[in-house]
Ligand binder design. Structure first.
Ligand code: C5P
Length: 217
């Protein structure tokens, strides 16, 4: 949208899971459809923003009017985000794997008859949200997500402090939100908590995009 409230702004969005390879045919991942993150990218573009969407492997289509950078791993996602800076805001909606397999096997690991199950040594992945929050080129507005199954707002407040971001969009994933069409979220900021009504992910995205426009105005 030329002349929209976000025209002239660059917003970075992460979406989807990351895939952390075990060997050429196996990987570790979080559950994530990418629906919420992609809807946010689309909503920001509709308000006139130049949007870079860094996405892990998802089935949902690329949003219209958005530059999409496809990645597999958390380390690739961080590199793609850093390469996209500077940005006015970043929305980290991706479900990034916290750990990767320390040493990816070059060949498919074979299941030998009678052999014990292998043990996978893991390494810590970079935290993209935390890295961007204290980056030399930190976007003015840094927004994270928190998927929680209990004490949703309390955990979101902790996360806000720990990650150094400005807002946390907290959602209760104890029900049927994962991969579903709707989301019920709380917007947690330094000034308080807003409980947003359960709504289609596109509507949550539009509301968040409008708030981003307000914050950057
Ligand atoms: O720590 P936790 O995974 O619960 O935090 C969720 C938030 O942090 C989300 O915004 C997610 O996109 C982001 N995150 C990240 N990189 C990680 C882990 C989480 O950007 N390695």
């Amino acid at each position: 949208l030329a002349g929209g409230p976000l025209s002239g702004r660059h917003v970075l969005v992460t979406s989807g899971p990351t895939h952390e390879p075990i060997d050429p045919v196996r990987y570790i991942a979080n559950r994530s459809s990418g629906r919420q993150g992609h809807a946010i990218a689309a909503a920001l573009a509709r308000l006139g923003a130049r949007v870079t969407l860094v996405s892990g492997p998802v089935q949902v289509p690329d949003p219209a009017g958005v530059t999409v950078r496809r990645v597999q791993t958390a380390r690739e996602m961080l590199a793609a985000c850093e390469a996209a800076l500077p940005a006015d805001a970043v929305i980290c909606a991706a479900a990034v794997a916290d750990w990767r397999v320390a040493a990816e096997a070059g060949q498919k690991m074979k299941k030998e008859p009678g052999a014990a199950a292998p043990t996978l040594a893991m390494a810590l992945n970079p935290d993209i949200l935390a890295t961007l929050s204290c980056h030399a080129q930190r976007p003015r507005l840094v927004v994270g997500f928190a998927a929680e199954t209990e004490k949703v707002v309390a955990h979101a407040r902790d996360k806000l402090a720990r990650k150094g971001c400005d807002w946390i969009v907290a959602n209760d994933v104890s029900g049927d939100v994962m991969g579903g069409a709707e989301n019920a979220v709380h917007l947690v900021t330094a000034s308080g908590v807003e409980d947003w009504p359960r709504a289609p992910k596109e509507e949550v995205a539009a509301r968040l995009a409008a708030r981003v426009a307000e914050a950057l105005a």
